[in-house]
Design a binder for this molecule. Sequence first.
Ligand code: SAM
Length: 211
Amino acid sequence: MISATRDAVLERARFFGAFLREPFSTGSVTPSSQALARRMVEGLDLAGARTVVEAGPGTGAFTGALVAACSPAAAIVAVEINAAFVAGLARRHPRVDVVHDSVERLPDLLRARALPPADVVISGLPWAVLDEATQERLLAGIVSALRPGGRFATFGYVQCAALPAQRRFRRRLGCLFEFLGRSEVVWSNVWPAVVYRWRKTPAGPGKEDRA
Ligand SMILES: C[S@@+](CC[C@H](N)C(=O)[O-])C[C@H]1O[C@@H](n2cnc3c(N)ncnc32)[C@H](O)[C@@H]1O
C-alpha cells in the first residue's frame, strides 16, 4: 500500500518534471485518472482486436486498462516520444511493446514488427496544444496505421473545447473518420475531459463534424 502510494507520487513528479521540460509535447501537468482510462477503452471492440496501439502513453495512465481490455493474443504497441517515460513504462507493462519513437512513424513501426494494420488506436496525445502541421503529421500516421473500419479514441479537456486548435482538430477528424460517439464528461479527471470515438470508414473519410 505504502509502495503503491509512493509509486503514484513518483509518477506524478516524473510527469510534472516532463511538463516543465517539454510543456507542448507533454500537454498536461499530471497523468490522466483511472476514471478517464476506463472511458478510453470502452466501445472499441478491444476484446476482438489483434493489433492495438497506444499513442502517447506517458507514464501509463491508460495502459493498464488497455491491457486488461485486450485479448492475450493481441499485439499491443505503445509509442512514446519522451525517453524519460519509456523505460518505466516498459518495466511496469512487460506485456506491451513500448517503443521510443514518434506517432507519425506508426505505419513503419507496425511494418517493422510484421504486424497487420491496427484494429484500434487510443491516443493520449495533447492535440489542443499542437500546431496544425504537427497535428496533421501525427494524424496521418494514425490514419495510415489503422485498417479500414479500425477504431480511434482520443480525449479532450472540457476547458480546451473552444480553443481554435481543438476545434480545428475535431473538424479534421470529421473529414477523416466516421464519428461513433463521445463519453460523458469525466469530472473527476484533472482536468475534466471527454472521450471521442471514431471509425476509419472502409469507403474513406467521413463527411460531418458531429463531435
Ligand atoms: C497529455 S500527455 C498524456 C499521457 C497519458 N496518456 C495520460 O493520459 O496521462 C501526452 C503524451 O504524449 C506524448 N507525445 C507527444 N507527442 C508525441 C509524439 N509525436 N509521439 C509519441 N508520443 C508523443 C508526450 O510525451 C506525453 O507522454
